[in-house]
Design a binder for this molecule. Structure first.
Ligand code: UDP
Ligand code: MG
Length: 307
C-alpha cells in the first residue's frame, strides 16, 4: 500500500480537490492507497474538511497540530503515521502533478528506495523569488556538498527510509536529509503546475529564515570561514606591522591615522560577523538540546471504514 502524505496549511478549498485528483489517478492504476492529511495549525476550516472527507471515504487519517509548526514538521508527523510499504509526500495545492506518483510508484516497484521529484520548470513564480531560490540553492548546494537545485519535497520513499527518518531526532530538512541517508535513488522530472487556489504560504522573511537554518544544519562551512578570515587578517596585520615599524625607524610614525581608523573598523566588523556566525550555531545547538518535540498534535481522525 502507498501512503500519501499531504501537508496542509490554510488549504480548506484544496483538500477535497487534492484528494479526488490523487485518489482517482491511483485507483485507475490499481494502486492501493491511504491518505494522511496533516493540518499544520490552519486558521480556516482545513481540519473540518479533512474530518468530513474521512467520514465519507476510506483510508483517510487527519492530524491536527496545536499551532503552525511549518511544512517540515507536518511532513515529519505524516511520516510517523505511515502504515504503507512506501510513502509519497505531495503538496495540497496540486502543484505536484498526481500522475507522476504512478511513475514514481512503478520505479519503486522496480526496486528504487527513494524516488525524487525534480522540478523541470519552476512554474509561475515571481522574478525576485526565482532569483532568491537560485541563490539559495547555489549556496546550499555548495555548502552541503550535493546538488539541490530544482529539488523539492515531492518524493516517494520506501518504508525502510521512512523508518530511518522517523528515528532521526534532529529537526532536519526533508529535502536534504533524504539525500543524506543514501539508499538506491532515482529521479522523476515534473513540471510545476500553477497553484489551484489561494496563495503560496511563504513570506520572504520566512524563506530567508528557512535558508539560513538549513545552511547551518547541513554545513559548518560558515564557521570555517571565520578561521580563514582570521588567517587573512593575520597576514594583513603582519604586512601593516612591518610597514609601521619601518615608518617608526625612518621617523615618519605620526602619519597614517586614516589607516588606523580603517583597520580598526574593518577588524571590528569582521569580529562582529564572526561572533554572529558562531552565535547562530550555538543557537542551533541550544534549539536541538532542548529536545522539544517537532510538533504537537492536538487532535486526529481516522476513517471508520477501513479497507
Ligand atoms: N504548508 C504547510 N505548513 C506551512 C506552509 C505550507 O504544511 O507552514 C503546506 C501547504 O499547505 C502546501 C505545501 O506545504 O501543501 C506547500 O506550500 P506552498 O504551496 O505554500 O509553498 P510553495 O508551493 O510556494 O513552495
Ligand atoms: Mg505550492
Amino acid at each position: 500500500m502507498l501512503s500519501v502524505i499531504v501537508p496542509a496549511y490554510n488549504e480548506e478549498k484544496c483538500i477535497k480537490r487534492a484528494y479526488s485528483a490523487i485518489h482517482s489517478v491511483l485507483t485507475e492504476n490499481n494502486i492501493d492507497s491511504e491518505f494522511i492529511f496533516v493540518d499544520d495549525g490552519s486558521s480556516d476550516h482545513t481540519y473540518e474538511e479533512i474530518c468530513e472527507l474521512s467520514s465519507k471515504e476510506e483510508n483517510i487519517s487527519g492530524i491536527r497540530f496545536s499551532r503552525n509548526f511549518g511544512k517540515e514538521s507536518a511532513i515529519s508527523a505524516g511520516l510517523a503515521a505511515v502504515s504503507g510499504s512506501c510513502a509519497v509526500v505531495i503538496d495540497c495545492d496540486l502543484q505536484h502533478p498526481p500522475e507522476k506518483i504512478v511513475e514514481m510508484y512503478r520505479l519503486w516497484e522496480k526496486g528504487y528506495e527513494i524516488v525524487e521529484g525534480i522540478k523541470r520548470e519552476r512554474g509561475q513564480e515571481k522574478k525576485t523569488y526565482r532569483v532568491g531560490a537560485k541563490i539559495f540553492y547555489y549556496v546550499i548546494s555548495r555548502m552541503a556538498g550535493f546538488d539541490m537545485a530544482n529539488s523539492s519535497d515531492f518524493k516517494l520513499l520506501d518504508r525502510k527510509v521512512v523508518d530511518v527518518l522517523n528515528r532521526m531526532p534532529e529537526k532536519g530538512f526533508f529535502r536534504a536529509i533524504s539525500y543524506w541517508v543514501g539508499y538506491n535513488k532515482t529521479t522523476v522530472e515534473y513540471d510545476v503546475a500553477e497553484r489551484v487556489d489561494g496563495q503560496s504560504k511563504w513570506t520572504s522573511r520566512g524563506l530567508i529564515k528557512y535558508a539560513l537554518s538549513n545552511i547551518s544544519s547541513y554545513s559548518t562551512a560558515p564557521m570555517q570561514t571565520v578561521t580563514v578570515l582570521g588567517f587573512v587578517m593575520l597576514i594583513i596585520s603582519v604586512i601593516f606591522g612591518i610597514w609601521a615599524l619601518i615608518d617608526k625607524i625612518i621617523g615618519r610614525a605620526l602619519e597614517g591615522m586614516t589607516t588606523v581608523i580603517i583597520i580598526t573598523i574593518f577588524i571590528g566588523s569582521i569580529i562582529m560577523i564572526s561572533l554572529g556566525i558562531i552565535g547562530y550555531y550555538i543557537a542551533r545547538i541550544y534549539e536541538e538540546i532542548k529536545g522539544r518535540p517537532k510538533y504537537i498534535i492536538s487532535s486526529s481522525v481516522k476513517s471508520v471504514r477501513e479497507k
